[in-house]
Design a protein. Structure first.
Length: 223
């Protein structure tokens, strides 16, 4: 998880994953005369959907969302949510993601544009060319982000009843949302986890070696 966060620290719109711990009391400890010690156990993984910093690119097809909400991209397996607004135009003029997924408009159809005309996008997601509205971006928000599941690098799977039209997101044209990964913290934690693993592995090897020597000594005495 930590390595994946670091690997995607420069991916636009990437949302970091974190671990959630709980404490448990061993059955043996609960039956002891004195209170036993509790131990932390990794219970589950969760995704941090907090806003990432915005960076200006100047590319009119780069879009960033300021606030809650997601763009909708149509993949071969169905619609997906994404915060990655690094879009492009296909040869036929369809607005699409870098993976070739069509960006959906509010009417449910792919956004179709004229590549030869200037593209202006308002903070509400209205797409204009030559002063005329040609489409409206479909920007939705999750009713409960816990019901979303990651799909690939920068996408989220969802059910149709799990989202609602976003009312508090602002579209920034010519900008991208950076990943919300705290690179320094993730790097430090990754090193710490690796060292802990090495220590536990060394302890396991010492225990195995002690058990082997005990068996060898017993065999000598029995002989």
């Amino acid at each position: 998880m930590l390595a994946n966060n670091l690997a995607n620290a420069s991916a636009p719109g990437f949302k970091a994953d974190h671990d959630f711990y709980n404490t448990y009391l061993a059955a043996e400890a609960s039956e002891a005369p004195q209170p036993g010690s509790v131990m932390p156990v990794l219970q589950r993984q969760w995704t941090d959907y907090s806003q990432g910093p915005l960076s200006t690119t100047g590319n009119p097809l780069d879009l960033a969302l300021n606030g809650r909400g997601f763009f909708v991209a149509v993949s071969p397996t169905g619609p997906l949510l994404t915060r990655d607004g690094n879009f492009r135009l296909s040869s036929s003029g369809k607005l699409e993601t870098q993976d070739g997924f069509a960006v959906r408009g509010q009417d449910g159809n792919p956004v179709q544009l004229d590549p030869s005309r200037r593209i202006d996008i308002t903070p509400t997601g209205e797409i204009m060319q030559d002063g005329q509205t040609v489409s409206q971006l479909d920007i939705v928000d999750a009713k409960d982000a816990n019901n979303l599941s990651k799909h690939g690098l920068n996408y989220f799977e969802f059910s149709s009843d799990a989202v609602t039209p976003s009312t508090n997101s602002e579209v920034k044209q010519g900008a991208l949302e950076n990943a919300n990964v705290q690179s320094a913290d993730s790097a430090v934690r990754l090193v710490s986890v690796m060292r802990q693993f090495e220590m536990l592995q060394r302890a396991a090897n010492i225990g195995a070696d002690m058990s082997r020597r005990v068996l060898e000594d017993v065999a000598k005495v029995s002989g």
